[in-house]
Design a protein around this ligand. Structure first.
Ligand code: NAD
Length: 487
């Protein structure tokens, strides 16, 4: 395919230098359907060069004090923040998300990821115990592991990549990062700031390309002892298989099929707007988005009426318009996949109350070929339907009725995933009871997506292995040793 000169062409960032690649992949602007960028199609050779650079940088970086590393991370946070608007524009164009979401969520959080780990690395302590009867003292020491392989998805590109880079380098590791081939631009922009922030050459290397080529080369590289991966459960299974011969340390943050449980004593004035956000924010493309809403029978009709009326008000359109609530989905293939779930639900006898196939979508002239879809609410879906079991990862949510606490816990737990659940009730005893019994790594009650980065983040069952957060990331990105001294 012929390309005009106006295309943005990315390069790998290896050993502190931008390096061209011998072949490239087209990257699309999801809101227009046009190719606008070319991303290196890296493979074993490029990954090998990046790992070599990271390995060479490790002795110097790992011997710096936490305070020295902290200062560099803070500088990088300042530089990204200084360019926040440019990063937000780029993220919106590359991913299809609204400019408002990129400005208020993605880029501020990327900045905060560096600030947070710049601070938290200064506050860890290790353990010490004494065995006076045998004259021994034991203590633990922690050291960085080496070259960390970091692989991230397309839904929150810079946000999730920096959630890995920041703790990895704060702990003294060097990294080779591979962002999603569909959303590589902001990672490349960040590379331009590393030298100015004082990050030594080779500490952060970014290799662009597909999962099958670049991702797998990283997973299989013998000099990369740990992999932090965020993405789908299917890819995680492949990563586990491929890394098994090397016994690599893995942190896996995966998919979800997150329930919201609305009891009849819930404050609907809070619950409805928050559940709309938890269902449709970022086009429903957040691993923690709600996709199964269980509503107690006494308030089911009222909830549904109000929820659908509000969902219809969400404006879909050009992501760069600050009044738009829903931007474009990531790709044509993904849009078709999400739509196919709505068709399957209809074929099974469920009712589509608004959105796809029911309401018409009017798009601006320049966005006619973009990958847009209306927020879609489906009712009367059977629990065993694929819409209630599989991750759809788009602006589609299912609403069903329940009768008792016992019943809803069992139904909420009856999927393979276990990531984030939300419980709505004004009964304090009940929210504690239900939270204890839900099979979810995170449970929010009467709110959604409120995060303290100090605390463990991650899923159970098919939603992940391991946790990340201040202490958890420190433990993952360092190797612990127990030392015993006889006096
Ligand atoms: P994906 O698994 O297709 O890809 C994720 C990353 O892995 C990409 O960089 C991709 O290139 C790479 N990859 C693909 N195949 C690979 C392989 N064989 N070896 C190594 N790397 C490979 O996921 P996606 O479609 O980009 O993202 C959506 C998924 O991510 C959803 O399932 C979503 O729930 C999940 N997600 C989870 C979290 C979380 O924190 N748990 C956050 C965001 C997204």
């Amino acid at each position: 395919m012929a390309h005009s000169k106006a295309l943005l062409v990315l390069e790998n960032f290896i050993g502190g230098k931008f390096v061209p690649c011998s072949s490239y992949i087209d990257s699309y602007n999801p809101s227009t359907g046009d190719v606008y960028c070319r991303v290196p199609d890296s493979g074993r050779e490029e990954v090998g060069a990046a790992v070599k650079a990271a390995k060479a940088a490790f002795p110097i970086w790992s011997s710096k004090s936490p305070l020295e590393r902290s200062q560099i991370l803070n500088k990088l946070a300042d530089l990204i923040e200084h360019d926040l608007e440019a990063f937000a524009q780029a993220e919106s164009m590359d991913q299809g998300k609204t400019i408002t979401f990129a400005r208020t969520v993605d880029i501020p959080r990327a900045v905060y990821n560096f600030r947070f780990f710049a601070s938290s690395i200064l506050h860890h302590t290790t353990e010490c115990t004494e065995m006076a009867t045998v004259g021994c003292m034991h203590y633990t020491s922690r050291a960085p592991v080496g070259v960390a392989g970091l692989i991230s998805p397309w839904n929150l590109p810079l946000y999730l990549l920096t959630w890995k880079i920041a703790p990895a380098i704060a702990c003294g590791n060097t990294v080779v990062a591979k962002p999603s081939e569909m959303t590589s631009v902001t990672a490349w922009m960040m590379c331009k700031l590393l030298e100015k922030a004082g990050v030594p050459h080779g500490v952060v290397n970014v290799v662009f390309g597909t999962g099958a080529k670049a991702g797998e080369a990283l997973v299989c590289h013998p000099n990369v002892p740990l992999i932090s991966f965020t993405g789908s459960t299917l890819t995680a299974q492949r990563i586990m298989e491929k890394s098994a011969p090397h016994c690599k340390r893995l942190s896996l943050e995966l998919g979800g099929k997150n329930p919201a449980i609305v009891f009849d004593d819930a404050d609907l004035t809070q619950c409805i707007p928050t559940t709309l956000r938890s269902s449709f924010a970022n086009q429903g493309e957040i691993c923690l988005c709600t996709s199964r809403i269980f509503v107690q029978r006494g308030i089911y009709s009222e909830f549904l009426k109000r929820f659908v009326a509000e969902a219809k008000k969400w404006k879909v359109g050009n992501p760069s318009d600050p009044t738009v609530d829903v931007g474009a989905l990531i790709s044509k293939e993904h849009l078709e996949k999400v739509r196919s779930y709505v068709k399957k639900a209809q074929a099974e006898g469920a009712r589509v109350l608004c959105g796809e196939g029911v309401d018409s979508l009017a798009l601006p002239t320049g966005n006619q070929k973009g990958y847009f879809m209306l927020p879609t609410v489906i009712a009367e879906v059977k629990d065993e339907s694929c819409c209630m079991q599989e991750e759809i990862f788009g602006p589609v949510t299912c609403v069903v009725a329940f009768d008792t606490e016992e019943e809803v816990i069992e139904r909420a737990n009856s999927v393979k995933y276990g990531f984030g659940a939300t419980v709505w009730s004004s009964n304090v005893g009940r929210v504690h009871r239900v939270a204890q019994r839900l099979q979810s790594g995170l449970v929010w009650t009467n709110c959604w997506l409120v995060r303290d980065l100090n605390l463990p983040f991650g899923g159970m069952k098919a939603s992940g292995i391991g946790r990340e957060g201040a202490k958890d990331s420190y433990e993952f990105f360092t190797e612990v040793k127990t030392i015993t001294i006889k006096h």
